[in-house]
Design a protein around this ligand. Structure first.
Ligand code: HEM
Ligand code: HEM
Length: 248
């Protein structure tokens, strides 16, 4: 195996380890930590008690609204909808990567590889452009607004730029590489990695860049605010009174 493959594969295993162990460790530590001046726990035992909630359905509606419609940013519609586009395109793009390993099942179900490639080329590229565009707008908003600049750390800029760079390398792959590259080259590589019998990394500079940046994202995830999807465990709706008609 060549030196580049050894480096990239070692990095991938380290990043995967840091991601899994780090995410579980920090999440567990945070859930079971005493919080606030009274030193109470906001851990699992209290999560589902809904003290003072008007109705559980209303509470659920509120939580789902915050997660999927970004209702907690209603005060600033521009930020809310830019973030909505950014997150939804990101989620769909990540989920759609499943085709890299699932394509044999799709072809067995009668969807040809060329159909899958065409869907990826049109829908995948469109979503990627939306993701990169909205990511750049969020970055610009943070960098140009004096108040936001003041409350931002370097790591806030890094996280968003990392995702934008992964998106750009993804788009370049769509234009640069043969349509079946993901199935013929990336799929066997990915499966070899997860079965702990790694083969050489596909020899394409853009793919190696995309993959290495993604591993950096995994590495960085538990060490940064990228852990925020898990913060819904402390959603105020779970602990406060929900007023009918109040969507925030
Ligand atoms: C259930 C999943 C998620 C929810 C509910 C969620 C929610 C949010 C919210 C409420 C914000 C802050 C406000 C805003 O920018 O509008 C935010 C920001 C952000 N999220 Fe997420 N997020 C989720 C998953 C992810 C994932 C998986 C990533 C990337 C790996 C991500 C990356 C980011 C980044 C980079 C920002 C900062 C954007 C900026 O600089 O303005 N999010 N997210
Ligand atoms: C192990 C992790 C990953 C692998 C092996 C991988 C591989 C690939 C490959 C081979 C493509 C080319 C398109 C194709 O022919 O199917 C691609 C495209 C893309 N990737 Fe990834 N990727 C990974 C993770 C990610 C992550 C975490 C993101 C988002 C933060 C991302 C964002 C994109 C985008 C935006 C595109 C272009 C549009 C599209 O094809 O959907 N990738 N990726």
């Amino acid at each position: 195996m060549d030196t580049l493959s050894i480096l990239v594969i070692s990095y991938a295993y380290i990043a995967g380890f840091v991601f899994l162990v780090g995410t579980i460790f920090f999440l567990a530590r945070w859930i079971f930590k005493k919080k606030g001046p009274t030193g109470t726990y906001l851990g699992y035992p209290y999560l589902f008690t809904y003290p003072g909630q008007n109705s559980r359905l209303k509470a659920l509606e509120n939580i789902l609204g915050r997660i999927f419609l970004f209702t907690s940013s209603s005060d600033d519609p521009f930020a809310r909808y830019t973030s909505l586009v950014f997150h939804w395109s990101l989620w769909i793009v990540i989920a759609a990567h499943a085709d890299i390993v699932l394509y044999p099942y799709f072809t067995a179900a009668g969807i040809s590889e060329s159909t899958l490639e065409a869907i990826g080329n049109y829908i995948g590229t469109t979503l990627a452009i939306l993701m990169v565009g909205s990511g750049l707008i969020l970055f610009g908003r943070r960098a140009l607004n004096p108040y936001l600049r003041k409350i931002s750390y370097l790591s806030d800029y890094f996280a968003i730029l990392l995702i934008v760079a992964i998106g750009i390398s993804g788009i370049l792959m769509r234009f640069w590489l043969p349509g079946n590259f993901a199935y013929s080259e990336v799929s066997p590589f990915f499966l070899s990695l997860v079965s702990f019998a790694p083969i050489s990394v596909p020899s394409d500079l853009i793919f190696v860049t995309h993959f290495t940046l993604t591993m950096t994202l995994l590495f960085y995830f538990p060490l940064s605010k990228l852990m925020h999807p898990f913060s819904f465990f402390t959603n105020p709706t779970l602990y406060t009174i929900s007023h009918p008609g109040d969507v925030r």
